[in-house]
Ligand binder design. Sequence first.
Ligand code: ADP
Length: 238
Amino acid sequence: MAMIEVERLTKKYRDRVAIDALSFTIGEGKIVGFLGPNGAGKSTTMKILTGFMPATEGKARVAGFDVFEKPLEAKRQIGYLPETPPLYPELTVRGFLHFVAEIKGVPRKQVKSEIDRVAQGTGVTTELDRLNSALSKGYRQRVGIAQALIGNPKLLILDEPTEGLDPRQRNEVLQLIKGLAGQHTVVLSTHILAEVKTICEQVLIIHRGKIVADDTMAAISGGKENGLEEKFISLTAN
Ligand code: ADP
């Protein structure tokens, strides 16, 4: 089954076309790299899929639910890590995850076990009673992923999840994301091509609001060490 189906999706901000009749499909259980230069339309696409913003035209379905006609059902299928996750600094990690669980409608009796589950899955169990404001950047990003996992959504949309991390933290977060595939479909937006090469099976490249590549990692790189970099540069040249 397709986890995401996008058909001729268009978004205009006044007269600026941010995304232009995008169409693509993402299958269940895949890790997909969503790439493009700054201003290409990645965030706009993610905001529409996650129900933060309406489209000007076109259709989008998540796990079969139309995001415009069935927004609540569609949202329930999605865990979203925005570029700057809103971690309330005055809350403890546990308090924050509790708050997210309530918002997502996790049944009261299951909240504690759900917090334990996502904390374990993201390696933040030892940090549960610390204040968000006291966390290292690497832990903050893990907590961002933990909140996306609350409610066990089928689809995770992660917007630059390794931004601002040092190489070790970056690698840890990537391995964590890799481990989530299979149980979840993961869309990873990043401009770091090496990360995409490490964990993604499918690659979508967007440029000036249009899809310029949609293929498996192996096909895009053509088996060459620098194949992805070369493709990216040539497809987004002007
Ligand atoms: P990306 O995430 O790939 O960097 P965006 O989706 O943020 O790209 O932006 C796509 C285009 O839409 C850019 O030209 C950007 O300037 C424009 N844009 C994004 N958000 C707005 C907005 N709120 N108002 C007007 N233009 C916007």
